[in-house]
Design a protein. Structure first.
Length: 330
């Protein structure tokens, strides 16, 4: 039986912002009561619009931010406070890849120095062998010795992301959080990096938390997907099932926006307005101001999760009373 590597238990994270003439402090709820589990060797995707709480959830999973409530378990152990020796030891098994590789790299250091740096910081292995280990990892991600001596600005976007990946993997982590890792790359390069990531996952038995808004990439890389809206998960299930037969009205709208090759027409679901201000979150179901099937109950009562016969979890009042029967193709 596959072991659980990461558990998020009811995590919530809020911030304070000042609004109005007198600068009154108002709470902004970035993540609310999120619970997820991730099995070793698998990929869980987090999807949703900008501001849905995906990246904050990823940072909490690594202990880079502390939740206001709830807790995170890594291999059954609660994450220790950040910047403690115990946290630093645990973090060697958990790494993150960011959206912008140029911002993630030090523009003054060579690629080789930056890939080797984690080994230096944690004093891992003999100092005389660290360069060779870094070169071996660069080779594993498709970069050679000439790239190793380059500065970040001398590489293409795809090469920089490969370098960031090499630096993350040099510590041989078990968990990799990928925050929009290919969204800043050209489409042709995206496919190369995604395929590389999948190959490395298989070879190194990596577990991935994959944050993305690109459902085509999500379908390719993940076994399970959680859909987030305004800090809450609204639907969770097996990726192919969720994207082929979306149930929550928000998931349906996301899926309807994905172009499909070979199909002339498909009904596009256009959501009303923009996502609400997190500092003025709607009452009840946060999605109700944009939902075409909202009912009075949605305005006042926050929906709980229902488990469908196919194993999916959906937080929607309409689904509670009208289970889905029609399959929506993608």
């Amino acid at each position: 039986m596959t072991a659980t590597i990461l558990d998020l238990h009811g995590i919530s994270r809020s911030y304070s912002t000042r609004q109005g003439l007198f600068g009154t402090k108002v709470p902004v709820h970035a993540v609310e009561e999120v619970s997820l589990s991730l099995k070793e060797g698998q990929t869980l995707a987090l999807v949703g619009e900008s501001g849905s709480g995906k990246s904050t959830t990823g940072r909490i999973a690594l202990g880079l931010e502390r939740p206001n409530s709830g807790y995170v378990l890594f291999r059954g152990n609660e994450l220790p406070p950040a910047d403690t020796p115990a946290w630093r030891r645990m973090r060697t098994h958990m790494q993150m890849i960011y959206q912008d590789p140029l911002a993630a790299l030090d523009r003054r250091l060579s690629i080789l120095d930056q890939v080797r740096e984690p080994l230096d910081i944690h004093d891992i292995g003999a100092a005389s062998k660290r360069n060779n280990e870094a070169l071996t990892m660069l080779d594993a991600v498709g970069l050679n010795a000439s790239h190793a001596s380059s500065l970040p600005y001398q590489l293409s976007g795809g090469q920089r992301q490969r370098a960031v990946l090499a630096r993350a993997l040099i510590m041989q982590p078990a968990l990799l959080v990928c925050d929009e890792p290919v969204s800043a790359l050209d489409v042709s390069i995206q496919a190369q990096v995604v395929n590389l990531l999948m190959d490395l996952q298989k070879d190194l038995r990596l577990t991935l938390l994959f944050i993305s808004h690109d459902l085509k990439v999500v379908r390719q890389v993940s076994q399970h997907t959680a859909v987030m809206y305004l800090g809450r998960i609204v639907e969770y299930g097996e990726t192919n099932l969720l994207l082929s037969s979306p149930t929550h009205p928000y998931t349906k709208a996301l899926v309807s926006a994905v172009p499909v090759v070979g199909r002339r027409t498909r009904e596009r679901i256009i959501l009303k307005g923009e996502p609400p201000n997190p500092a003025a979150r709607p009452t009840g179901c946060a999605f109700h101001p944009r939902c075409s099937i909202a009912r009075p109950q949605c305005v006042s009562v926050s929906p709980t999760f229902s488990t469908l016969p196919d194993g999916r979890s959906v937080a929607c009042h309409a689904v509670h009373t009208n289970p889905p029967t029609k399959k929506v193709g993608t």
